[in-house]
Design a protein around this ligand. Structure first.
Ligand code: NDP
Length: 280
């Protein structure tokens, strides 16, 4: 079928390649037209022309306001389904779903070079019948994971996964800065830090059991209690300060331990931090 892709950053361009490789004809539009150069796709002259070209329109933009800016002059969405795979808040996704007649929200869970490869997956939410109508075409981008009718769900899961990812990346760079502040080259540390990161899930234990404990408000465990971990959190802040390294992230982590101890969780497992982090 013909598919329109609006937004030709690294992600949108990867989607165009995957769709074209799968045999679809692709129409594209991008604010900076030159980003269509080299793609096996037809460049529409206007957003309205791009929307008119296909019943399925995939958007890959920096955020949702970019979609509104692009589609502001488009009046006819009859028979069109918009699939916005851009990042934003769940509320922005819900508001957009109320504005456009057939609308799916989503998030791509792999970097651009992995789009269209077997390990790729993409989160979706919105009306089930709309998702089902395009599931097979969308599979070309990555294995679809449909989360439900609430248009904010895919965005919520996307932001939650990225919360894990972004804090891990910042932690990794902060840790590297601790080491390099003492004159140790990053190359001596970073590869082993990545190995350590890969071991972390095994050290934490199984996710289903942690979820059960969080929901039950139970935090048993003497091996990694809050008091011991909190002492280490303080040592990290002081090591950073001594090296002239930024302390903001480390202080935020220490503060979670301090507040958990103040709330009486010192002898509980580290999962008790959830009690000071979660919404009340
Ligand atoms: P880029 O920021 O490189 O590309 C953004 C696209 O949005 C460009 O086409 C840009 O147009 C367009 N754009 C931004 N603002 C406006 C505006 N106000 N009006 C019109 N067009 C606008 O992002 P990526 O391609 O890397 O990512 C796209 C989405 O995919 C993002 O939401 C990102 O979070 C998500 N994502 C990206 C991944 C990646 O590895 N890159 C991984 C997983 C998800 P122009 O070319 O004219 O600047």
């Amino acid at each position: 079928m013909n598919v329109t892709v609006i937004g030709l950053g690294p992600m949108g361009r990867a989607m165009v390649r995957a769709l074209a490789d799968a045999g679809h004809t692709v129409t594209v539009w991008n604010r900076t037209a030159s980003r269509a150069d080299g793609l096996d796709a037809t460049l529409a002259a206007t957003p309205a022309e791009a929307v008119a070209a296909s019943e399925l329109i995939v958007l890959s933009l920096t955020d949702y306001p970019a979609m509104d800016a692009i589609l502001a002059g488009v009046e006819d969405f009859a028979g069109r389904t918009l699939v916005n795979l851009s990042s934003d808040t769940p509320d922005a996704s819900r508001a957009a779903a109320a504005r456009y007649p057939r609308f799916l929200t989503g998030g791509v869970m792999v970097p651009a070079p992995a789009v269209g490869t077997p390990g790729a997956s993409v989160l979706y939410s919105g009306p089930a019948e709309v998702f089902e109508a395009y599931r097979d075409v969308l599979r070309v981008i990555g294995e679809p994971r449909y989360l439900g009718a609430d248009p904010g769900l895919a965005q919520l899961f996307y932001q939650a996964y990225l919360d894990v990812f972004l804090t891990a990346l910042s932690g990794l760079l902060h840790a590297t800065a601790l080491v390099t502040a003492s004159g140790v080259p990053a190359a001596r540390f970073l590869p082993s830090a990545l190995e350590f990161l890969a071991l972390t899930p095994g050290m934490i234990s199984d996710g289903a059991e942690i979820a059960r404990r969080l929901e039950a408000g139970e935090h048993p465990g003497a091996l990694s209690n809050v008091r011991m971990m909190g002492a280490t959190a303080d040592h990290i802040v002081r090591t950073a300060a001594a090296g002239g390294v930024e302390v903001g992230l480390a202080e935020a982590v220490r503060s979670q331990y301090d507040r958990a101890i103040a709330a009486g969780h010192g002898d509980d497992d580290w999962t008790a931090l959830y009690e000071v982090i979660r919404a009340k």
